[in-house]
Design a protein around this ligand. Sequence first.
Ligand code: ADP
Length: 579
Amino acid sequence: MIKRYFSFYRFWPLLLLLLFSSGWYLIDKFYDQQVINQQERYLANKGELFLEIANQKIETLESFIQLKSLEDNERLTVLDEKGNILFDSFDPNLSGQRSDRPEVQAILKNNTIGRALRMSPTLNKKLLYIALPIKKEQQMIGILRLAEPLEDFWPAAKTMKQGIFYVYLLLCSLFSLLLYQVLRQKNRPLEIILPVLNKMIADPEHTETIIANSPQWENLYQSINQLSEQMSQNYRNYRATEKQFYYLLEELTIGVFLINAQHELVFANQTLKNQFDLKTKVKLPTPFEELFHDAMFIQMIYQLSHTQPFLQQKLITGSTNLRLDLSLRYFPETQQILGVSYDFTRIHQLEQMQKDFVANVSHELKTPVTSLIGFTETLLDGAKEEPEILTQFLQIMQKDAYRLEKLIQEILLLSKGEGVTFPEEEVLLIDFFQQLITRYESVIQEKELQVELKGEPTLTLSTKLDLFYPIFKNLFENALNYSLAKGSVTICFEEHPSSYLFVVQDTGIGISKEEQSRVFERFYRADKARSRLVGGSGIGLAIVKDYVARLEGTITLESYLGVGSRFEVQLPKTLKDHS
Ligand code: ADP
């Protein structure tokens, strides 16, 4: 638009120049013609006058020349009816044929006047010739030819023409100036508005204002200013909404992505990047096949079309091993694909854990119950009559009943406290652990274990005892249970700037590397036979892990088979969540 506008400005002086030059060309031609016509008329009148005075007598015409009735440079030639020179005022001795001259030819062809502007071979000058017939009683008896050199009348005409040219030039300049002013006036708003519009396009966020004092275009300028203000406002609103929308997408816990018509990934929120293990600063747009390598995912993208604009499928990602519920929608107008991926790995795990839990609980309950039923049946069938067997069976049945009780207590402990607020209590740590050790005195003596307690005697901790106690009861109980006779168990506690560190260490059987991550699962038992022997259910460490998490702490395990195990619990000094 701007280019066209400026090329027009460059073009129009050329157009004017062309117009003015062709105008001058026409004027020039017309003027010259007029001068020649006038001179012709003058010569013709003069010739007719001569003919009239001479009464059509050729001899009398000759006497006109002698009388010097001709002006200095005028030439009079009389020819006979065939075009032969009879006499000539320039050269009295001139003779010969002149019937080939155009002016003479015109008369010979019965025209009333013959004209020609041409070079005279006799005088070597450009002359204006006029020929008239000399008639006697309607019969042509000769030809009178008057000629005048161009240089006689042309200089005067030329001076006059120059004057006309200057006037014409002045008029043209004035006209151009006027035209330029009119055009400028007409294009003034365009000159002012166009750059403003361009700035608006280049930077729509910025409000452009036209400050021009022109009553004629005031309304237009005001409208443009309003438009610019509205546009920048709308653009700012749009940008703000876009930003909010972007942050919202980034914050979403479901993955969102957009693939364009060229099958390039143009947008992916952080959740999606995590789900597919993409770099946070991945360069976009990038062909999606360079980023996603799951065959099912790629297949789904290619399956989408006008006829199948929506697809939903569950898949397990190869890169992160997550279970995703993927929904894809194809937009035929833009050929874009919008994808939403929901990570249901945790839900799946929980479902699985719930299933396992129910199966394990029923299995664990079934064992002592079956045993109890078996022994009661045997006793009722008559074994109760033998006092020795009765005592032995009752002892086994009591052990089973205790085991059943312990199991039920542990299951209750595990599900305890969801949403319950526990009171915080001040605990003197040395007392707490000494009491714990005392409770297990009989086992310690039975296995001849060395138990050591290390820690600042005055160190206290404000904690939720209902959660704190089961953690160390289980860890200590395990340390004792999985220690071999004459082994040693150490309990340490120390204060750190923002936390407390507790260590329960034993020199027992240890846990293999592969099983270390699994021992915290519910009902998982590393050494099943031994665990069962010591009355373990596989719930203890699950409770420990759960309660440590509820106290906003962390637990780590270091263990080597046949060497021993070391459980480290780190608890913060202050709880963020006081529920
Ligand atoms: P359990 O009631 O069977 O002891 P836990 O959840 O407390 O269940 O422990 C899970 C498993 O971890 C146990 O069965 C045992 O194999 C292993 N384990 C726990 N603590 C120790 C330890 N201190 N030394 C060796 N193995 C241990």
